[in-house]
Design a protein around this ligand. Structure first.
Ligand SMILES: [Ca+2]
Ligand SMILES: [Ca+2]
Ligand SMILES: [Ca+2]
Length: 223
């Protein structure tokens, strides 16, 4: 069966094809009813919505998967998942399996920088957990708001939140390149994509059918 999410936007970046799965448009009012930045099963969002808190498709395979992030300041980072890297694996389990995580100062999992500036500190930590009523996540150097790369939901510092870096009860995203100690806010935007190769590339469908790309699959449907 075709994924309903075939309608999510596809882009080309850094020599690969990418499909959108998570987004938060800059200056969107944070939706008060949302209590989890990964609440939506892949494909459940309306493609025209101002935000989508989607997870990775279930059919995606960890050691073949890659993620691309582009923020509203046009920083673009590319991550390659690796089940042997404890930070990568915890991020995968959050985005794919909807599992909470906390790993700190373990394996470095830096993104490839496609545009913009690289994180100032080695990204060797990750957590995904409830903070101020919203299940939030953060990839950084030490599980606290400074020098993050991916930071979505509410700010987080160790087991809680520190008002040293930002005010309480402000939700949104941080930019991928964190100049120092910024916390997530709704004036930033962020778009996350997964690598989705075109499985229709070498397919010839029967007459009157067209090929629709899936995840490691395709289907020929009526034109
Ligand atoms: Ca930090
Ligand atoms: Ca930050
Ligand atoms: Ca595909």
């Amino acid at each position: 069966m075709i994924s309903l999410s075939a309608h999510y936007k596809v882009i080309e970046e850094d020599g690969a094809r990418w499909r959108l799965f998570w987004w938060y448009k800059a200056n969107t009012t944070w939706p008060a009813l949302v209590s989890d930045v990964l609440q939506d099963k892949y494909g459940d969002c309306d493609a025209s919505a101002p935000y989508c808190f989607g997870r990775l498709p279930e059919a995606l395979m960890e050691n073949q998967a890659e993620m691309l992030g582009i923020d509203s300041a046009d920083n673009a980072y590319r991550w390659k998942f690796n089940s042997n890297n404890r930070v990568s694996h915890a991020v995968w389990e959050a985005f794919h399996d909807h599992k909470d995580a906390q790993v700190k100062n373990v394996d470095v999992w830096n993104p490839k920088v496609i545009r913009g500036t690289a994180p100032k500190a080695a990204q060797d930590s990750f957590h995904y957990r409830m903070e101020h009523g919203v299940r939030s996540l953060q990839i950084d150097d030490d599980n606290c708001d400074c020098l993050t790369s991916l930071s979505m939901g509410h700010g987080m510092c160790l087991e809680g939140f520190s008002t040293q870096y930002g005010p309480e009860n402000v939700y949104g995203v941080d930019l991928l390149y964190d100049t120092y100690c910024n916390t997530p806010k709704p004036s930033n935007g962020l778009f996350l994509y997964f690598r989705d190769d075109d499985d229709c590339m070498n397919v010839t469908c029967p007459a009157n059918k067209v090929c629709v790309d899936g995840i490691y699959s395709y289907v020929c449907v009526d034109a």
